[in-house]
Design a protein around this ligand. Structure first.
Ligand SMILES: *Cc1c(COP(=O)(O)O)cnc(C)c1O
Length: 422
């Protein structure tokens, strides 16, 4: 019986975890950065490796007793290098945010200029946004997407790079529904003598599956989380050219972190093996098929989508024509068991705390096995919520129908990805 000790020792936390499990099962999780991990990943995450300190790197540790941890980290590194076709891989960063900070710290000095996508246009906090430590350490400047198309304008980005002369350019986003041309970013960075760091936190699963072109050949460093489309435990990973290997490793440890989370690292290794299978490639392709279908249907219901659609796992709805704020819509959807997040849209005049957009994505519902037919149903639910935004009875009714749909797609806590050999 799983969690028996927890139930006995700490019934309060046991009960809260049980409630969260029920919640994750009984709603449509459309937050594009969330997923469901496999049973194998979950087991590695909950293993005895959480007991071990392993400061340093394989063969160069500061504590003894590393007979096993050295092997685990080496396996994780080798799998990461293989799957991303990278010269160097670091699997110690605690999460995506610190992976980004380590990428910058490894390559440039405090006070240097970094240039990333503005948070209000889909960039991440750690790309130099005002409230992030990255903007206090570095001189942060931003590029934006075109408000008319919702897309990056590479000519404009090049002009800004020539104007600001950043030491480091960040490509990658947290709320951008289109494929990013990392090759152009690489060439812009070269022209102005900047390092190119690409942040594929959201899309690394799509990159591994070959759906989006890999940034690895065009970047000095590639940063990613391991828990979004890659479907591993919460963690971070850095891939780099061999010439930057030592600087990146030193920036992570001892530059920023102490002991790595060995349980997470083992689970990352498991997730990387899972991602190296035909099943995962099929999964990643289905994520995008689902996202495109959902986008199409939403547009049929009169929703305006930023950039007019999607190339990836996420959709950004511009709600201004619907006269509903992002927050009001997100909260109503949540009451109907459809979980998303409110988000700014390009050119938004509303404040980030109550913006005009809604961000959603398909990685988690695709892990449950949902396909195009279910996307049609979800779009109709979303339309009904928008049309009945102040009608609690109808929202409750939609919630019941969502629960019924969810019950047909049990959460994949026991799904097992076949290994390549088997
Ligand atoms: C999610 C995300 C991160 C940060 O990841 P955390 O694990 O939440 O720290 C960094 N960059 C981008 C683009 C992201 O979407």
């Amino acid at each position: 019986m799983p969690n028996k000790a927890l139930k006995l020792y700490d019934p309060q936390i046991y009960e809260l975890i049980r409630q969260e499990k029920t919640r994750q099962s009984g709603c449509l999780r459309l937050i594009p950065s969330e997923n469901y991990v496999s049973k194998a990943v979950m087991e590695a995450t909950g293993s005895c490796l959480t007991n071990k300190y392993a400061e340093g790197y394989p063969g160069k540790r500061y504590y003894e007793g590393q007979q096993v941890t050295d092997l685990i980290e080496t396996v994780a590194i080798e799998r990461g290098k293989k799957i991303f076709n990278a010269e160097h891989c670091n699997v110690q960063a605690y999460s995506g945010s610190v992976a980004n900070l380590a990428a910058y710290n490894g390559l440039i000095k405090p006070g240097d200029t970094i240039m990333g996508l503005s948070l209000t246009d889909g960039g991440h906090l750690t790309h130099g946004w005002k409230v992030s430590i990255t903007s206090r350490i570095y001189n942060a400047v931003y590029y934006k997407v075109r408000p008319d198309t919702g897309r990056m304008d590479y000519n404009e980005i090049e002009d800004l790079a020539k104007k600001y002369k950043p030491k480091l350019i960040i490509s990658g986003a947290t709320a951008y529904p289109r494929e990013i041309d990392f090759e152009i970013f690489g060439s812009i960075a070269k022209k102005v003598g900047a390092y190119h760091v690409s942040d594929i936190a959201h899309i690394s699963g799509l990159v591994v599956a070959g759906i989006h072109k890999s940034p690895v050949p065009y970047s000095d460093v590639v940063s990613t989380t391991t828990h979004k489309t890659l479907r591993g435990p919460r963690g971070g990973m850095l891939l780099s050219k061999a010439e930057h290997a030592e600087r990146i490793d030193r920036a992570v440890f001892p530059g920023q972190q102490g002991g790595p989370h060995m349980h997470t690292m083992a689970a990352i290794a498991v997730a990387l093996a899972e991602a190296d299978t035909p099943e995962f490639i099929a999964y990643a392709n289905q994520i995008v098929k689902n996202s495109k279908r959902l986008a199409e249907k939403l547009m049929e219901y009169g929703f305006n989508l930023v950039s007019g659609g999607t190339d990836n796992h996420l959709i950004l709805i511009d709600l201004r024509n619907k006269g509903i704020s992002g927050k009001k819509y997100a909260k109503a959807l949540d009451r109907a068991r459809i979980v998303s997040n409110y988000n700014t849209v390009p050119g938004d005049t509303a404040p980030p705390a109550n913006p005009s957009g809604l961000r959603m994505g398909t990685p988690a519902i695709t892990s449950r096995g949902m396909k195009e037919d279910e996307m049609d149903i979800i779009a109709s639910f979303m339309n009904r919520v928008a049309e009945n935004i102040d009608n609690e009875n109808e929202i409750e009714q939609i919630g019941k129908e969502v629960l019924l749909l969810c019950s047909r797609f049990p959460i994949p806590e026991h799904f097992i990805i076949q290994s390549k050999e088997s």
